[in-house]
Design a protein around this ligand. Structure first.
Ligand SMILES: Cc1cc2nc3c(=O)[nH]c(=O)nc-3n(C[C@H](O)[C@H](O)[C@H](O)COP(=O)(O)OP(=O)(O)OC[C@H]3O[C@@H](n4cnc5c(N)ncnc54)[C@H](O)[C@@H]3O)c2cc1C
Length: 302
């Protein structure tokens, strides 16, 4: 079976996935990289192809970039780091290629045409073993395989041609502290309770005023208000800010799992029984639409 990896950055997780592709697919394994900058260089296994996409590219843009990258030569087994990238393209890709999809994958073995996968279930509390014949798109959990240094992989560095990018997307410059949530000291996150993209954008103003980064629940990402890289949770980013504001977020266990490292949690929800209040140091039972004008006045003095 031909094995390939799709990665977005050459961080530890991406290196693990590329290394796993190399272990499974040998010299024929291929790495497809979604790049943030045209001139970036990536090392990979066998052939590297690149598409230039904005780090803020939304789901449709990412899916289009991946489709353009693969062309007609999609590997049989496609490995993607589980997390925002798999969320964005994994299921769509599996659907468009008519493949099986699985995420939270802890191990993969290939024997002839048989694929054996062990994956987490019930939020990682259980493990299930799957056996399949045929092609698949797999979201590989962090730590599932050892990351070799790219320089140690028997591959050449490949210059991704940047004169003819497959896709170029650019977005407006962010005015908040950006979405590097992992390092953020203060995070303002919004959920479906905000009700609209415009209301979610009001959080951007809050984030800017507080010098905070902007996060989101998965529901807000699914609504298209936020990008996958802003998702906090077990399948998004794990964050550990000094202060985490959760606005219009119910507090599902999958979200709480990503924000449990926060030192201080402030929650705003109109439902006093919302589970987020169990995790909150300060809980405000209020409708965001009523609270926001007051808060804005307090923060800006206007
Ligand atoms: C395998 C798996 C993985 C998942 N991974 C993640 C993950 O990583 N991150 C994640 O976030 N979710 C994840 N989820 C989804 C999770 O289960 C929830 O569906 C999601 O977190 C709900 O998002 P939410 O709280 O924004 O929306 P909702 O559950 O719809 O909650 C909205 C909240 O807003 C409140 N509200 C409504 N209107 C207002 C208002 N005007 N003002 C103030 N409050 C208001 C409501 O009372 C409610 O509590 C995962 C689910 C599964 C099955």
């Amino acid at each position: 079976m031909r094995v390939g990896a799709i990665v977005r950055a050459d961080d530890q997780h991406a290196r693990e996935v590329i290394s796993l592709a190399k272990t499974l697919g040998g010299a024929d394994a291929a790495t497809f990289a979604l790049l943030a900058e045209p001139a970036q260089t990536r090392a990979g296994v066998g052939a590297v192809r690149g598409a230039v996409v904005s780090p803020d590219a939304d789901l449709a843009e990412l899916a289009a970039a991946v489709g353009a990258l693969l062309g007609d030569s999609a590997p049989d087994v496609i490995l993607i780091p589980d997390g925002p990238l798999f969320e964005a393209v994994g299921a769509r890709l599996a659907g468009s290629l008519g493949r099986t999809a699985a995420r939270d994958v802890a191990s993969v073995e290939i024997e002839g045409e048989t694929l054996r996968v062990v994956k987490g279930a019930f939020g990682g509390k259980a493990a299930v073993a799957l056996e399949a014949t045929g092609c698949a798109v797999l979201g590989v959990r962090q730590g599932a395989s050892e990351a070799q240094e790219l320089s140690e992989l028997p591959v050449a560095m490949v210059d991704v041609p940047h004169t003819e990018p497959l896709l170029v997307q650019r977005r407006a410059v962010r005015d908040s502290a950006g979405d590097d949530l992992g390092a953020a000291k203060v995070i303002v996150s919004g959920g479906r309770g905000l009700g609209s993209k415009d209301a979610y954008e009001s959080l951007r103003e809050v984030a800017t005023l507080l010098g905070a980064s902007l996060g989101a629940s998965r529901a807000a990402v699914d609504e298209g208000w936020a990008t996958p890289s802003q998702q906090v949770g077990i399948t998004g980013q794990k964050v550990a800010p000094d202060v985490y504001f959760a606005i219009g977020i119910s507090g599902a266990s999958q979200h709480l799992g990503g924000m449990s490292g926060a030192r201080y949690v402030v929650a705003v929800n109109r439902d006093e029984k919302a589970p987020i209040f169990v995790a909150a140091d300060v809980g405000v039972v209020a409708d965001w639409h009523a609270l926001w004008p007051e808060l804005r006045r307090a923060l800006t003095g206007a």
